[in-house]
Ligand binder design. Sequence first.
Ligand SMILES: CC(C)(COP(=O)(O)OP(=O)(O)OC[C@H]1O[C@@H](n2cnc3c(N)ncnc32)[C@H](O)[C@@H]1OP(=O)(O)O)[C@@H](O)C(=O)NCCC(=O)NCCS
Length: 386
Amino acid sequence: MTEPIRVWLEPGYDYGRTGAWMLDYPGCFSWAAARERALATVPSAVGGFVDWLLEHGEATPFPDSGEVAVIEELPVTREDGYERNATFDADRRLVTPDEIEAMARRLQFARDDLRSLTTRVTTYESEHGSLPSGDPDTTGRDAEPVTKPDNPAVRTSHEVLRHIAGVEIWLTSRLDRRARFEGASRDGDVGEYLRASRSWMLDRIRALHARDPASEGVDGKGEAWTLAKVVRRLVYHSLDHLHELDDRLARAERVVELLTVDREPPDIDALARLLAATGFVAWIRDRARLEQMVAGSTETFSVWRDARLIAFARTLGDGAFNAYVSTVAVHPRWQGRGVGRLLMNAVVGDRDGIKFVLDAREGVHGFYRSLGFEPSRTTMARRPTR
Ligand SMILES: CC(C)(COP(=O)(O)OP(=O)(O)OC[C@H]1O[C@@H](n2cnc3c(N)ncnc32)[C@H](O)[C@@H]1OP(=O)(O)O)[C@@H](O)C(=O)NCCC(=O)NCCS
């Protein structure tokens, strides 16, 4: 028996999106403008999170199902434009010491990544000037932009770093209202501000946990907080801005334009890792079957970056009339940057005489539509029974 991935939905999140929290993986989060699409992103959000932990040496099992179950749906509330975020039933619980240490460890992973990314951003900025905004509201991820009064994408890279530190202080003070950070100045050396605020936050959170592992409170804006909510939001926030900077740098460096599609069958281990990270769980349960999948395909399409397989697709076809497209996967870190389009353009090529058929997951139809695919009233499928 496999268990679906459990999801807590937050409609209205961040000025009208649907947020999806995977509370079994505190800090793992995804969002989209539409509910259906937010749900479709869940398997690869969790896959990407577990894959990221693995990269840092923390072995957490990938989910054993690509199915999703909504446990609770709690909209944000808003007053005078201020958004109060959801506090789910599952947030009202006792936080274990292991969870606090997992949080600290994962925040350190995010900080390590931020450090190496910042080095690359600094190199870029010394040659080209400030990193372009790469507005995530109007590119890649979401076809329907959300209008926000304060768009964080216009922050400079240094402002993003200060914001990361500032929010760690702010989140800590949600439950510890008297807490005042009096360490390094926000306007001084940004590295020092990041270090000092992190160490202050960890001390405070550990002390709070020691006092009451089920701490709850309401902040000055009327938003309810619990320790579990603070923990998940701390990890999420670090990852969110890490992703923002990574995305902006990739767009600035036009990395996707330099990628090419390789027609050689990929290494099976690399493929299994990519499929695990993108929620193709059933495909990797049996290694011999996965090998057969690759060997039995007419064509395979792979995109590599820094010796990692970041995208894959395959076809079964006769080269004359028909082709079936399957297993289209882009690594979560690379999604929304045009890699899927690059891959599918290679799949279809200029073969205008061929009918391409595929089985699209719910919430992904828009992606295939943008590539000229249309829903069919005539196609039938007999599903596997085991
Ligand atoms: C679906 C997937 C292959 C798309 O790849 P991607 O690299 O993220 O997509 P791209 O950035 O190339 O997007 C191309 C276009 O499709 C749109 N798009 C991408 N995903 C979409 C979705 N789920 N719904 C609607 N539109 C989508 C983009 O906005 C973009 O539009 P634009 O050219 O107008 O800007 C990728 O997200 C993925 O691997 N997801 C997990 C696995 C999966 O669901 N595979 C499909 C199985 S059927």
